[in-house]
Ligand binder design. Structure first.
Ligand code: C5P
Length: 231
């Protein structure tokens, strides 16, 4: 995979006009665009169609978590919209994950599982009934995802090593919390540079504000792609 294809830009904006402006500027420089809950709630499936029809790949990050039939239908719909990646919560369980995987054609849309949200701590996980630590739960859910036919995992850069060691090379790893050398951290407390994440075994990285809020988003994206290609 070339360096550009590894870079996913998070379109964390609330209007289709601003998102399309960014897509137009960035399409030659990045591999994919992440549409999350904010943009999707504001602009709906037309936003996804617009990016796909402009030739862009879409990571539709809606983190589905519901009964198996509902998630399977939602994932199938996302696939027909043309999404390249779609996210589900692995805590939805084996039946939900298997139903989601079997709703997709063999080629095309890939499913990514979210294990433990990085906003959790060992204490807050206990509050919602988990028995293990964050690390133990991440490991357990990554295995469940792999065994249920999920293609990859979204995780913090600090979990890349743990997940690679647990699932081997069988799964795609996608990581946010990436900051190019010398940039502001924003509200991301524990960040990593693109080179560090790559060396630990991540396949794709999600970068938002360091690109979307830069004076020149194109230059910022290009600098990150160069950092990725240097490894
Ligand atoms: O602007 P920034 O680069 O921090 O954006 C990162 C993107 O990745 C955002 O869309 C954010 O919601 C997402 N994300 C994250 N940390 C997680 C999970 C998702 O930053 N643990």
């Amino acid at each position: 995979m070339n360096a550009k294809d590894r870079l996913i830009v998070a379109l964390d904006v609330d209007s289709r006009a601003r998102a399309e402006e960014l897509v137009g500027e960035l399409a030659p420089h990045v591999g994919m665009f992440k549409v999350g809950k904010e943009l999707f709630t504001a602009e709906g499936p037309e936003m996804v169609r617009s990016i796909v029809s402009a030739g862009g790949r879409v990571f539709l990050d809606l983190k589905f978590h519901d009964i198996p039939n509902t998630v399977a239908k939602a994932v199938g719909t996302a696939s027909r919209l043309g999404a390249f990646f779609v996210t589900v919560h692995t805590a939805g369980g084996r039946a939900m994950l298997e139903a989601a995987a079997s709703a997709l054609p063999a080629e095309g849309t890939q499913l990514l599982g979210v294990t433990v949200l990085t906003s959790h701590t060992d204490a807050t996980l206990r509050e919602v009934g988990a028995r293990g630590t964050v690390a133990e739960t991440v490991r357990q859910l990554a295995i469940l995802a792999r065994d249920s036919g999920i293609d990859g995992v979204v995780c913090s850069p600090h979990e890349i090593g743990l997940i690679r060691e647990t699932v081997g090379d069988d799964m795609v790893i996608v990581t946010p919390g990436i900051r190019p050398r010398g940039s502001a951290k924003g509200d991301q407390a524990r960040v990593m540079t693109p080179g560090e994440a790559l060396r630990l075994g991540c396949d794709y990285m999600v970068v938002g504000r360091p690109i979307t809020e830069a004076a020149s988003p194109q230059d910022a994206a290009q600098a990150i792609v160069e950092e990725i290609s240097r490894g």
